[in-house]
Ligand binder design. Structure first.
Ligand code: ZN
Length: 147
């Protein structure tokens, strides 16, 4: 296991601009990824060993978090649905990517279509979507950050 003092996800959260943070709660945090509109990364706040080692509180919030983020992404009108991808255990935090899917998007479960999304970076649009999502994830499970 990686040394917790060298955790790339903890470091990423500290380095993320407030405008790119959807929520920073006690069990989960969600940030926009690299200015790609509708691409989010959610991660458990605890260091763990991946799916199956989530705290009970983080596990209880996982489904509602996915539902609220997905419903909110589609409610922006920019996406018809979402995909959860890369439910990962290659870091000290269980984490996943949530990707807003546009009509006609290629399948995302091979890497090429996902990586192609990086050609469409748009910081203003990505941050506008983050701002829309903040209200949707308010609740006892999360603490939105005010920009
Ligand atoms: Zn960490």
């Amino acid at each position: 296991m990686t040394d917790p003092t060298d955790c790339k996800i903890c470091g990423m959260l500290q380095a993320t601009a407030p405008e790119d943070v959807v929520c920073d709660g006690p069990h989960w945090a969600v940030v926009a990824m690299q200015d790609v509109p509708g691409m989010l990364m959610a991660f458990a706040r605890d260091h763990d060993r991946g799916p199956g080692s989530l705290s009970d509180a983080a596990a209880a919030e996982l489904g509602p978090l996915i539902n609220r983020l997905s419903a909110s992404l589609t409610a922006t009108g920019a996406f018809e649905k979402t995909s959860v991808i890369y439910l990962g255990d290659n870091a000290l935090h269980t984490h996943f990517m949530l990707l807003g899917r546009e009509p006609g998007d290629e399948r995302v479960f091979d890497n090429a279509p996902l990586l192609a999304r990086f050609a469409g970076k748009d910081r203003d649009r990505a941050r506008a979507i983050v701002a829309d999502l903040r209200g949707a994830v308010r609740g006892p499970a999360t603490r939105p950050i005010s920009a």
